[in-house]
Design a protein around this ligand. Structure first.
Ligand SMILES: Cc1cc2nc3c(=O)[nH]c(=O)nc-3n(C[C@H](O)[C@H](O)[C@H](O)COP(=O)(O)OP(=O)(O)OC[C@H]3O[C@@H](n4cnc5c(N)ncnc54)[C@H](O)[C@@H]3O)c2cc1C
Length: 396
C-alpha cells in the first residue's frame, strides 16, 4: 500500500510543498493529495489590491498540479483527527473522510478579531479572498466623501490604507492604531511612511484602541466614536480553529507548535508550514506570519518529510527573518531589512525602486508556487525505513 501524504491548503506553503514532494518521491511508493477550499491559487499578498478593485490572474490548481501526480481535492477542511489519522472535508456532495499516513498542515491564517465585539458582524477584512471581494463590492458602492476606517498599524493595515486612498482619492481614509504607525521601522523608513500617508491625506490616530465595532462606527477605549462607512479590520492574523480543535499542541494564538524541522511537537507525523506553524527562527524569536516565512518553513518541512520517510539525511534550512517589503499604493514602497535581533537596520530602500522590488517579489512568489515542479530535479526517492522521530521541543 502506498504511503499517503495529505497536504491541507494550497496557498504559498502548501502548493509549493505538494509539487516539490511529488517531484522528489516515487509515485509507486507515495500518494500525495492536496485539499484546498478554493479551486485556484489565491495570491494572498495582493488581496488589498483586490479589495481596491484590481483583478488578479486566474491560476486554477488543476493546472498548477497537472502532470505532477498530485491529486487535488477542492473541499473545505472541517476537522483533523490526529489519533485516527484522518481529515474531515466538506464539498458540494457533503462530508467525506480522508485518511493519511503523513499530514502536512498549511491552512494559513485568517483575520484576528482579538475578541472585539462587532468585528465579525460589522467589519470588513482582506485576509481571505471572499472577504476581500465583499469589501471590494462595498467600496465600489461608496460615494465621494464617504469614510473608510482602517484599524491596525502593521503591514496589512498600512498596505490596505494606502491602496484604498490611491485607488479612491474621493474617499476619506482614516487609520487607527493602538501603537505607533510603523513604529518598528528604521528612522528613514518611518519618515518616508508618514510622508506617504500625508500625501495620500490619510488621517492617522495613534495610541487609540478600538474596543467595539458598530454598523457605521468604531468605538475607542476612551469613548471616541469614529464614524465609518466601512471599517476594515487589519489588526493581525489568527490561525483557523481547526488546528486547536484537532488535539495538536498549539500556542495561545492557535499556531501549531513545531520543532526545528517543522514536526508537530505533540504528533510528529503531522508537519506544519506557513502561517499555521509556531517555530523559533534563527534569531531565537518566533518567525512572523508572512510569505517570507512560508518559503523556508515549507522547505524545512519537505526535507523532514522526505528524510523521515526515505531514511535520507535531512537538510537544514535556515529559518531566517530578513525584513519587510511594504507597498504604499502601486508606485511607492519601503523595503526594510532587519538585523539578527529583528530590529530595523538604519537604512531602507524607499520609493519607486522599493515598489518595483516588491512587485517583482510578488510576481516570483506567485510564479514559483503556480509552477511547483518547474526547475526541480526529479529524484524518485523510494520509501525507506522510517526514522525515529525525535522532537527537539517538548510538547507543552
Ligand atoms: C493583504 C495581505 C498582504 C500581505 N502582504 C504580505 C507581504 O507583503 N509579505 C509577506 O511576507 N506576507 C504578506 N502577507 C501574509 C501572507 O499572505 C501569508 O503569510 C501567507 O499567505 C502564508 O502562507 P500560507 O501558505 O501559510 O497560507 P495561505 O497562503 O493563506 O494559504 C492557505 C490555503 O489554505 C486554504 N484554506 C484555508 N482554510 C481552509 C479550510 N478550512 N479548508 C480548505 N482549505 C483551506 C486557503 O484557501 C489557502 O489556499 C499578506 C497577507 C495579506 C492578507
Amino acid at each position: 500500500m502506498k504511503h499517503r501524504i495529505v497536504v491541507l491548503g494550497a496557498g504559498y506553503a502548501g502548493a509549493f510543498s505538494a509539487g516539490y514532494l511529488a517531484r522528489r518521491l516515487h509515485s509507486d511508493d507515495f500518494e500525495i493529495t492536496v485539499v484546498n477550499a478554493e479551486s485556484d491559487f489565491v495570491e494572498r499578498l495582493r488581496l488589498h489590491q483586490v479589495a481596491a478593485g484590481r483583478d488578479l490572474p486566474h491560476r486554477p490548481l488543476a493546472e498548477v498540479f497537472a502532470g505532477t501526480g498530485v491529486r487535488l481535492r477542492v473541499a473545505r477542511v472541517t476537522g483533523v483527527d490526529v489519533e485516527q489519522r484522518s481529515v474531515t472535508v466538506v464539498d458540494g456532495n457533503g462530508a467525506d473522510r480522508l485518511e493519511y499516513d503523513t499530514l502536512l498542515y498549511t491552512l494559513g491564517s485568517t483575520v484576528a478579531e482579538n475578541g472585539v465585539p462587532g468585528v465579525g458582524e460589522h467589519a470588513f477584512h482582506v485576509a481571505a479572498r471572499p472577504a476581500a471581494l465583499r469589501l471590494r463590492a462595498h467600496l465600489a458602492a461608496l460615494n465621494a466623501g464617504d469614510r473608510v476606517l482602517v484599524v491596525g498599524g502593521n503591514l496589512t493595515a498600512i498596505e490596505a490604507a494606502t491602496e484604498f486612498a490611491e485607488a479612491r482619492p474621493d474617499l476619506r481614509v482614516d487609520l487607527v492604531t493602538s501603537g505607533e504607525l510603523g513604529g518598528w521601522l528604521g528612522v528613514k523608513a518611518r519618515r518616508h511612511l508618514l510622508r506617504a500617508f500625508d500625501r495620500f491625506e490619510i488621517t492617522v490616530h495613534e495610541h487609540t484602541r478600538i474596543t467595539a465595532v458598530e454598523p457605521a462606527a468604531a468605538i475607542a477605549a476612551d469613548g471616541t466614536v469614529f464614524d465609518a462607512d466601512a471599517t476594515v479590520w487589519a489588526a493581525g492574523f489568527a490561525v483557523h480553529p481547526v488546528a486547536a480543535a484537532s488535539g495538536l499542541a498549539v500556542e495561545p494564538n492557535g499556531q501549531i507548535t513545531v520543532d526545528s524541522q517543522m514536526r508537530s511537537v505533540s504528533h510528529p507525523d503531522v508537519y506544519v508550514a506557513g502561517d499555521a506553524a509556531f517555530v523559533i527562527g534563527a534569531n531565537g524569536l518566533p518567525l512572523p506570519m508572512s510569505c517570507a516565512s512560508a518559503g523556508p518553513t515549507s522547505k524545512q518541512a519537505i526535507a523532514a518529510i522526505i528524510g523521515d520517510r526515505t531514511g535520507r539525511e535531512i537538510k537544514t534550512t535556515s529559518l531566517t527573518y530578513l525584513g519587510n517589503h511594504i507597498s504604499l499604493g502601486r508606485k511607492d514602497g519601503i523595503f526594510q531589512l532587519v538585523d539578527g535581533a529583528a530590529q530595523a537596520k538604519p537604512g531602507a530602500l524607499r520609493g519607486r525602486a522599493a515598489a518595483w522590488v516588491k512587485s517583482a517579489i510578488i510576481g516570483v512568489a506567485a510564479w514559483s508556487v503556480s509552477h511547483p515542479t518547474v526547475g526541480q530535479a526529479g529524484h524518485n526517492y523510494r520509501a525507506g525505513v522510517a526514522r525515529e522521530r525525535a522532537s527537539d521541543v517538548a510538547a507543552g
